[in-house]
Ligand binder design. Structure first.
Ligand SMILES: Nc1nc2c([nH]c(=O)n2[C@H]2C[C@H](O)[C@@H](COP(=O)(O)OP(=O)(O)OP(=O)(O)O)O2)c(=O)[nH]1
Length: 169
């Protein structure tokens, strides 16, 4: 997202600045309303020494206050892995050179899809809050993820993702 900087813990969204991408739009269908005309994608970064990187979402955002993944709307024609890594860089300074893609998991509703790109951290890094959508970015041990109030989409996906992360290919 492209905003002027504002407090992530405020209850009002910051004013948008800069050009908007055509992908930055809501889509609606029988399963509800979702962000991203061309779908959305996020990165689940897994560092075996620290756990998974979660983003505490700004209060004003959709499902504000919950914990989820750095990610967002895909651009037109953008590959989901590319888009997820772009968003994770923009929102959390996840360096694509420090991770290796393990697998992608797709929720496809027909009119909207969400791709979770699961990456293994090959070179440790510290995330940086670089977008007003984050209140906090934290490495959470795998066993502790469920104790957080999770974004509903991530909460639904987490048990399956956890299983795949814990089972070496
Ligand atoms: N199924 C599923 N949906 C998710 C997950 N995480 C997540 O944010 N969503 C949904 C919520 C939104 O409808 C959509 C886009 O996410 P978002 O709310 O983080 O997007 P954003 O504002 O950062 O988007 P952007 O402006 O940066 O492009 O994806 C998830 O893990 N699984």
């Amino acid at each position: 997202m492209d905003h002027s900087l504002a407090s992530a813990s405020s209850s009002t969204p910051p004013v948008r600045t800069g050009p908007r991408d055509p992908g930055d739009a809501w889509v609606e269908g029988d399963r509800g309303r979702f962000w991203g005309r061309f779908g959305a994608a996020g990165v689940l970064a897994y560092d075996p020494a620290k756990g998974v990187l979660l983003q505490h979402r700004a209060v004003w955002s959709h499902n504000g206050g919950t914990w989820g993944l750095p990610g967002g709307a895909l651009h037109e024609g953008e590959d989901a892995v590319e888009g997820a890594l772009r968003e994770a860089w923009e929102e959390a300074a996840v360096p694509s050179g420090n991770v290796e893609v393990l697998f992608r998991s797709v929720l496809d509703l027909g009119y909207w899809s969400y791709t979770t790109v699961v990456v293994l951290v090959t070179e440790p890094f510290d995330p940086v809050i670089s977008d007003p959508e984050s209140i906090e970015l934290l490495w959470i041990p795998v066993a502790g993820v469920e104790s957080k109030e999770l974004h509903p989409g991530f909460a639904a996906a987490w048990p399956g993702l956890r299983e795949r992360i814990s089972t070496p290919a």
